[in-house]
Design a protein around this ligand. Structure first.
Ligand SMILES: [Zn+2]
Length: 306
Protein backbone atom coordinates (compact mmCIF):
# COMPACT_ATOMS: atom_id res chain seq x y z
CA UNK A 1 0.00 0.00 0.00
CA UNK A 2 2.81 2.34 0.86
CA UNK A 3 4.30 1.67 -2.55
CA UNK A 4 1.00 2.46 -4.28
CA UNK A 5 0.66 5.59 -2.16
CA UNK A 6 4.08 6.74 -3.26
CA UNK A 7 3.14 6.15 -6.92
CA UNK A 8 -0.12 8.07 -6.52
CA UNK A 9 1.68 10.91 -4.76
CA UNK A 10 4.28 10.97 -7.51
CA UNK A 11 1.57 10.96 -10.18
CA UNK A 12 -0.20 13.85 -8.50
CA UNK A 13 3.01 15.80 -8.55
CA UNK A 14 3.04 15.45 -12.33
CA UNK A 15 -0.35 17.13 -12.70
CA UNK A 16 0.08 20.86 -13.23
CA UNK A 17 -2.05 22.85 -10.81
CA UNK A 18 -3.84 26.03 -11.91
CA UNK A 19 -1.90 29.16 -11.10
CA UNK A 20 -2.83 32.82 -11.08
CA UNK A 21 0.56 34.23 -10.28
CA UNK A 22 4.09 33.81 -11.48
CA UNK A 23 4.38 30.72 -9.28
CA UNK A 24 5.27 27.74 -11.41
CA UNK A 25 3.41 24.49 -11.83
CA UNK A 26 5.10 21.49 -10.22
CA UNK A 27 6.15 19.57 -13.31
CA UNK A 28 9.40 17.64 -13.66
CA UNK A 29 12.11 19.79 -15.15
CA UNK A 30 12.97 17.36 -17.93
CA UNK A 31 12.77 18.65 -21.51
CA UNK A 32 10.64 16.62 -23.92
CA UNK A 33 12.46 13.71 -25.44
CA UNK A 34 10.78 11.03 -27.50
CA UNK A 35 11.77 7.41 -26.96
CA UNK A 36 14.73 6.65 -29.23
CA UNK A 37 12.70 4.35 -31.46
CA UNK A 38 9.79 6.75 -31.91
CA UNK A 39 9.54 8.94 -35.01
CA UNK A 40 8.23 12.39 -34.16
CA UNK A 41 7.62 15.83 -35.61
CA UNK A 42 8.59 18.54 -33.12
CA UNK A 43 7.48 22.16 -33.27
CA UNK A 44 8.13 25.11 -31.02
CA UNK A 45 5.71 28.02 -30.70
CA UNK A 46 6.42 31.58 -29.60
CA UNK A 47 4.26 34.66 -29.57
CA UNK A 48 4.29 38.37 -28.78
CA UNK A 49 8.04 38.52 -29.02
CA UNK A 50 9.03 41.69 -30.81
CA UNK A 51 9.77 44.15 -28.02
CA UNK A 52 13.55 43.67 -28.00
CA UNK A 53 13.49 43.20 -24.24
CA UNK A 54 15.82 41.13 -22.06
CA UNK A 55 12.86 38.74 -21.78
CA UNK A 56 12.78 38.20 -25.54
CA UNK A 57 16.51 37.57 -25.47
CA UNK A 58 16.17 35.10 -22.59
CA UNK A 59 13.34 33.12 -24.23
CA UNK A 60 15.19 33.06 -27.56
CA UNK A 61 18.33 31.86 -25.79
CA UNK A 62 16.40 29.04 -24.12
CA UNK A 63 14.84 28.06 -27.45
CA UNK A 64 18.26 27.93 -29.07
CA UNK A 65 19.68 26.01 -26.09
CA UNK A 66 16.76 23.58 -26.29
CA UNK A 67 17.55 22.92 -29.95
CA UNK A 68 21.26 22.47 -29.24
CA UNK A 69 20.44 20.13 -26.35
CA UNK A 70 19.72 17.26 -28.73
CA UNK A 71 16.10 18.30 -29.24
CA UNK A 72 15.59 18.63 -32.98
CA UNK A 73 13.02 21.17 -34.11
CA UNK A 74 11.21 20.76 -37.41
CA UNK A 75 9.99 24.33 -37.27
CA UNK A 76 8.94 27.27 -35.13
CA UNK A 77 5.40 28.65 -35.27
CA UNK A 78 5.26 32.38 -34.57
CA UNK A 79 1.93 33.40 -33.09
CA UNK A 80 2.15 37.03 -34.11
CA UNK A 81 3.16 40.45 -32.79
CA UNK A 82 6.55 39.94 -34.34
CA UNK A 83 7.56 43.61 -34.13
CA UNK A 84 6.15 46.14 -31.65
CA UNK A 85 4.76 48.70 -31.53
CA UNK A 86 3.47 48.86 -35.09
CA UNK A 87 5.19 46.32 -37.32
CA UNK A 88 7.93 48.68 -38.50
CA UNK A 89 10.01 46.11 -40.37
CA UNK A 90 12.29 48.75 -41.91
CA UNK A 91 13.40 50.16 -38.55
CA UNK A 92 13.12 47.19 -36.21
CA UNK A 93 13.26 44.08 -38.40
CA UNK A 94 16.81 43.37 -37.35
CA UNK A 95 16.80 44.48 -33.71
CA UNK A 96 13.36 43.20 -32.68
CA UNK A 97 13.28 40.01 -34.78
CA UNK A 98 16.23 38.72 -36.75
CA UNK A 99 18.93 39.27 -34.13
CA UNK A 100 17.12 37.02 -31.67
CA UNK A 101 16.45 34.01 -33.91
CA UNK A 102 19.21 34.12 -36.52
CA UNK A 103 21.11 31.31 -34.79
CA UNK A 104 18.18 28.95 -35.41
CA UNK A 105 17.82 29.98 -39.03
CA UNK A 106 21.52 29.29 -39.56
CA UNK A 107 20.89 25.77 -38.23
CA UNK A 108 18.13 25.31 -40.79
CA UNK A 109 15.15 25.63 -38.42
CA UNK A 110 12.37 27.32 -40.42
CA UNK A 111 10.01 29.91 -38.91
CA UNK A 112 6.36 29.88 -39.95
CA UNK A 113 4.78 33.19 -39.05
CA UNK A 114 1.29 34.49 -38.43
CA UNK A 115 0.44 38.18 -38.25
CA UNK A 116 -0.49 39.91 -35.00
CA UNK A 117 -2.47 43.10 -34.57
CA UNK A 118 0.72 45.11 -34.01
CA UNK A 119 2.29 43.71 -37.19
CA UNK A 120 -0.42 45.32 -39.33
CA UNK A 121 -1.01 48.46 -37.27
CA UNK A 122 0.50 50.65 -39.98
CA UNK A 123 -1.75 48.98 -42.51
CA UNK A 124 -1.51 45.70 -44.26
CA UNK A 125 1.30 45.91 -46.81
CA UNK A 126 2.62 43.26 -49.21
CA UNK A 127 6.12 44.21 -47.99
CA UNK A 128 5.30 42.59 -44.66
CA UNK A 129 4.67 39.19 -46.24
CA UNK A 130 7.78 39.58 -48.38
CA UNK A 131 9.92 40.51 -45.37
CA UNK A 132 8.77 37.48 -43.39
CA UNK A 133 8.78 35.12 -46.37
CA UNK A 134 5.09 34.34 -45.88
CA UNK A 135 3.30 32.95 -48.95
CA UNK A 136 0.04 34.64 -47.92
CA UNK A 137 -1.80 36.11 -44.93
CA UNK A 138 -3.04 32.55 -44.33
CA UNK A 139 -1.43 29.37 -45.59
CA UNK A 140 -0.81 25.69 -44.92
CA UNK A 141 2.23 23.44 -44.92
CA UNK A 142 3.05 19.88 -43.96
CA UNK A 143 5.91 18.66 -41.80
CA UNK A 144 6.78 14.97 -41.86
CA UNK A 145 9.41 12.60 -40.57
CA UNK A 146 10.00 8.88 -41.07
CA UNK A 147 9.09 6.53 -43.86
CA UNK A 148 6.52 3.85 -44.55
CA UNK A 149 4.34 2.92 -41.60
CA UNK A 150 6.58 4.98 -39.30
CA UNK A 151 5.94 8.20 -41.19
CA UNK A 152 4.41 10.95 -39.03
CA UNK A 153 2.69 13.85 -40.78
CA UNK A 154 1.52 17.15 -39.29
CA UNK A 155 -0.49 19.65 -41.33
CA UNK A 156 -0.23 23.22 -40.03
CA UNK A 157 -2.64 26.03 -40.90
CA UNK A 158 -1.63 29.64 -40.22
CA UNK A 159 -4.55 32.07 -40.03
CA UNK A 160 -4.78 35.85 -40.08
CA UNK A 161 -7.20 36.54 -37.25
CA UNK A 162 -6.82 40.30 -37.72
CA UNK A 163 -9.28 39.87 -40.58
CA UNK A 164 -11.08 36.88 -39.12
CA UNK A 165 -14.38 37.59 -40.88
CA UNK A 166 -12.67 37.17 -44.27
CA UNK A 167 -15.01 34.78 -46.08
CA UNK A 168 -12.23 33.70 -48.43
CA UNK A 169 -10.05 32.68 -45.48
CA UNK A 170 -12.90 30.74 -43.88
CA UNK A 171 -13.73 28.93 -47.13
CA UNK A 172 -10.05 28.20 -47.67
CA UNK A 173 -9.63 26.81 -44.15
CA UNK A 174 -12.60 24.47 -44.53
CA UNK A 175 -11.33 23.20 -47.86
CA UNK A 176 -7.77 22.81 -46.62
CA UNK A 177 -8.82 20.93 -43.48
CA UNK A 178 -11.24 18.74 -45.45
CA UNK A 179 -8.45 17.65 -47.78
CA UNK A 180 -5.88 17.09 -45.01
CA UNK A 181 -4.92 13.46 -44.63
CA UNK A 182 -2.09 14.08 -42.15
CA UNK A 183 -1.95 12.33 -38.78
CA UNK A 184 -2.33 15.66 -36.97
CA UNK A 185 -3.85 19.06 -37.71
CA UNK A 186 -2.49 22.18 -36.00
CA UNK A 187 -4.15 25.57 -36.52
CA UNK A 188 -2.47 28.70 -35.22
CA UNK A 189 -2.99 32.45 -35.31
CA UNK A 190 -2.57 35.52 -33.15
CA UNK A 191 -5.90 35.79 -31.35
CA UNK A 192 -7.11 33.07 -28.97
CA UNK A 193 -10.68 31.84 -29.08
CA UNK A 194 -10.63 31.20 -25.35
CA UNK A 195 -8.70 33.16 -22.74
CA UNK A 196 -8.64 34.14 -19.09
CA UNK A 197 -6.17 36.90 -19.92
CA UNK A 198 -6.36 40.66 -20.12
CA UNK A 199 -8.25 40.64 -23.43
CA UNK A 200 -10.47 37.67 -22.57
CA UNK A 201 -12.21 35.23 -24.89
CA UNK A 202 -13.03 36.34 -28.44
CA UNK A 203 -16.65 35.34 -28.83
CA UNK A 204 -17.07 36.41 -32.48
CA UNK A 205 -13.90 34.57 -33.49
CA UNK A 206 -15.09 31.52 -31.57
CA UNK A 207 -18.51 31.59 -33.24
CA UNK A 208 -16.92 31.50 -36.69
CA UNK A 209 -14.02 29.11 -36.16
CA UNK A 210 -14.89 26.72 -33.31
CA UNK A 211 -17.47 24.82 -35.42
CA UNK A 212 -14.83 24.39 -38.15
CA UNK A 213 -12.27 23.03 -35.67
CA UNK A 214 -14.88 20.60 -34.35
CA UNK A 215 -16.09 19.44 -37.75
CA UNK A 216 -12.64 18.79 -39.16
CA UNK A 217 -11.06 17.40 -36.00
CA UNK A 218 -8.40 20.05 -35.37
CA UNK A 219 -6.08 18.64 -32.71
CA UNK A 220 -4.44 21.86 -31.46
CA UNK A 221 -5.14 25.59 -31.75
CA UNK A 222 -2.20 27.78 -30.74
CA UNK A 223 -2.52 31.53 -30.24
CA UNK A 224 -0.81 34.49 -28.58
CA UNK A 225 -2.03 38.09 -28.08
CA UNK A 226 -2.38 37.54 -24.35
CA UNK A 227 1.00 38.07 -22.71
CA UNK A 228 0.77 34.92 -20.63
CA UNK A 229 0.60 31.12 -20.85
CA UNK A 230 -2.71 29.33 -20.65
CA UNK A 231 -3.71 25.76 -21.44
CA UNK A 232 -7.27 24.57 -21.57
CA UNK A 233 -8.95 21.23 -21.13
CA UNK A 234 -9.83 20.06 -24.66
CA UNK A 235 -12.90 21.90 -25.97
CA UNK A 236 -14.91 19.90 -28.54
CA UNK A 237 -11.80 17.76 -29.01
CA UNK A 238 -9.38 20.63 -29.70
CA UNK A 239 -6.59 21.54 -27.29
CA UNK A 240 -6.32 25.32 -27.00
CA UNK A 241 -2.99 26.78 -25.84
CA UNK A 242 -2.18 30.48 -25.46
CA UNK A 243 1.54 31.06 -25.68
CA UNK A 244 2.07 34.82 -25.75
CA UNK A 245 5.00 35.16 -23.38
CA UNK A 246 7.76 35.43 -25.96
CA UNK A 247 9.22 38.77 -24.97
CA UNK A 248 6.72 41.57 -24.37
CA UNK A 249 5.80 42.60 -20.84
CA UNK A 250 3.49 40.15 -19.08
CA UNK A 251 -0.07 40.93 -18.13
CA UNK A 252 -2.31 39.76 -15.32
CA UNK A 253 -5.17 37.33 -15.78
CA UNK A 254 -8.52 39.02 -15.59
CA UNK A 255 -10.84 36.05 -15.18
CA UNK A 256 -10.99 32.27 -15.04
CA UNK A 257 -12.38 30.58 -18.13
CA UNK A 258 -14.38 27.51 -17.05
CA UNK A 259 -12.26 25.20 -19.24
CA UNK A 260 -8.93 26.72 -18.22
CA UNK A 261 -6.51 24.12 -16.87
CA UNK A 262 -3.27 26.04 -16.31
CA UNK A 263 -2.58 29.77 -16.18
CA UNK A 264 0.95 31.05 -15.77
CA UNK A 265 2.35 34.56 -15.88
CA UNK A 266 5.69 33.64 -17.39
CA UNK A 267 7.94 34.39 -20.32
CA UNK A 268 8.21 31.12 -22.18
CA UNK A 269 8.01 29.10 -25.38
CA UNK A 270 5.92 25.99 -26.04
CA UNK A 271 7.01 22.69 -27.58
CA UNK A 272 4.63 20.34 -29.41
CA UNK A 273 5.85 16.85 -30.22
CA UNK A 274 3.79 14.57 -32.45
CA UNK A 275 4.28 10.82 -32.70
CA UNK A 276 2.26 8.36 -34.76
CA UNK A 277 -0.01 7.44 -31.87
CA UNK A 278 0.48 10.09 -29.23
CA UNK A 279 1.48 13.72 -28.94
CA UNK A 280 2.56 15.83 -26.02
CA UNK A 281 3.75 19.29 -25.22
CA UNK A 282 5.63 21.40 -22.75
CA UNK A 283 6.00 25.03 -21.86
CA UNK A 284 9.54 26.10 -20.98
CA UNK A 285 10.23 29.40 -19.25
CA UNK A 286 12.97 31.96 -19.81
CA UNK A 287 15.26 30.19 -17.34
CA UNK A 288 14.88 26.81 -19.06
CA UNK A 289 12.51 25.42 -16.46
CA UNK A 290 9.63 23.22 -17.65
CA UNK A 291 6.52 24.99 -16.33
CA UNK A 292 3.83 22.81 -17.90
CA UNK A 293 3.55 19.38 -19.50
CA UNK A 294 0.53 17.95 -21.28
CA UNK A 295 -0.75 15.40 -23.76
CA UNK A 296 -2.51 16.35 -26.99
CA UNK A 297 -5.71 14.44 -27.79
CA UNK A 298 -6.01 12.83 -31.21
CA UNK A 299 -9.25 14.18 -32.65
CA UNK A 300 -10.99 12.77 -35.71
CA UNK A 301 -13.11 14.75 -38.12
CA UNK A 302 -16.86 14.31 -37.88
CA UNK A 303 -17.81 11.97 -40.76
CA UNK A 304 -19.82 13.74 -43.42
CA UNK A 305 -23.03 12.35 -44.87
CA UNK A 306 -24.13 10.78 -41.60
ZN1 LIG B 1 -1.62 41.20 -30.03
Amino acid sequence: MLFIGVIVAAALLLIPQPQYSSAQAPVPNVPLAAPAEETTVTLAAIGDTGANTPFQRAVATQLIDYFHGQHPLDGVLHLGDIIYPEGDIERFGQSHYANHYQALWEEGVPFYLSLGNHDVLRGFRPEILAFYGMPNRYYTFQLANGTGTNKVTVDCFALDTNIYKDVDQIAWLKQALASSTADWQVVYAHHPLHSSGAHGSHKKLTALYAPIFKQYGVDVYMAGHEHDYERFNPIDGTLHVVSGGGGAYLRKFSSQHPQSAVRLRAHHFTVLQFGKQAARGQAIDKTGKVIDAFTIPHTEAIPTGV
